[in-house]
Design a protein around this ligand. Sequence first.
Ligand code: PLP
Length: 407
Amino acid sequence: SALVCQYERTHPRSKEAHDRAKNVLPAGSTRSVLVSAPFPFLIKSAEGASLTTIDGIKFEDFVSDFSAGIYGHSHPVVHDAVQKALATGFSLGGITQKEAELAEILTTRFPSFEKVRFCNSGTEANMFALATAVAYTQRRKIVVFDNGYHGGTISFGATQNAMNLPHEFIIAKYNSIEETKPLLKPDIAAILVEPLQAAGGMRPAAPEFLQFLRDSATKIGAVLIFDEVVTSRLHYNGIQGAWNIKPDMTTVGKYLGGGFPFGAFGGSSKIMDRFDSSDKSVAIHHSGTFNNNIFTMTAAVAASKLITPAELERLNRLGDRFREQGNILIQKAGVDWMSFSGYGSAIGVHFTGDEAGSLLDCFYFTLLNRGIAIGRRGFLSLNLMHTEASIDRLLQALRCFLKDFCG
Ligand code: PLP
């Protein structure tokens, strides 16, 4: 279509670079989520809320690294801290004070964290949390939810043909107390749940559903794990703090690493002290060369100063405003095949009907051609560099799309 033609015309270098990359990278990139027809744009640099492609085109960035980029690009506070770390040595293979400093910050913020351990991604955090729960309970079965996404090796419908871990997973229906209840038996080791399904379409859990999981886990002696890899940005104390529902364990990652590779899993001392190797008979082992790497530790500690309850709330209000006004514009246009979902600063775009796929394409390229980048599958997340004016621009682009496609 004309929309795609305009994109192709303005991105010849991206096309050339992508074609070349395909010779050595299947599909041209390691991050499948970023690759789509006709070809993805390649980034040259990024600053604040904007990305510049190798074609010299600038986009206002509403992907925000799939929620990990909450600070905006190249934030000077993080930049300076990492530069200092660079100057004082890296690949240390040892312990610095930053590790405990970061653990203190996280255990202060998230109610279920008495003790934590670090790793290199949200995927790893969930893998280790599940392994912990299995070792701790001496049970094998794990209840998860349809359309859940907990990383590249733990995914239930949100991505196709997932290469899942060989756990004994039982897949329950998200947000359905009635259909989940019969599955929660005393042989369950863990229940792993996202308080908002992120990759699964930015769909929040009902608070009463999470409370039901809390009560059931207590009753059957299972470890309740909240995957707050994304939702940790929605409240200073996570969804667990916002809704006052405390899981036994929590996993986090993404923005809490300050923009560097990061994951953390933790919970009560009773569970986490099993990682204390001084008692060999019960100790669980967890290791990783880069678990406490100085770049992540330094960036995470520095970046934590930028995150306040008020700033997270400001981002949530911006997201709420977009969702509310966006859905009103859709309604006013008489459109019943498009909607926005999410919670606070995490936003999903949905299309229904036979044309859903091509309408999403049209929406994506309409925005791109107006200088706005969103996640290709309808994912938006806000960052600290966004303002009311950013939301105005997003709404204006939506108006244009509706004008072009519903008449
Ligand atoms: N858990 C959730 C809820 C996620 O959305 C993601 C990533 O999108 C992960 C876990 C995996 O994190 P990572 O990509 O750092 O492995």
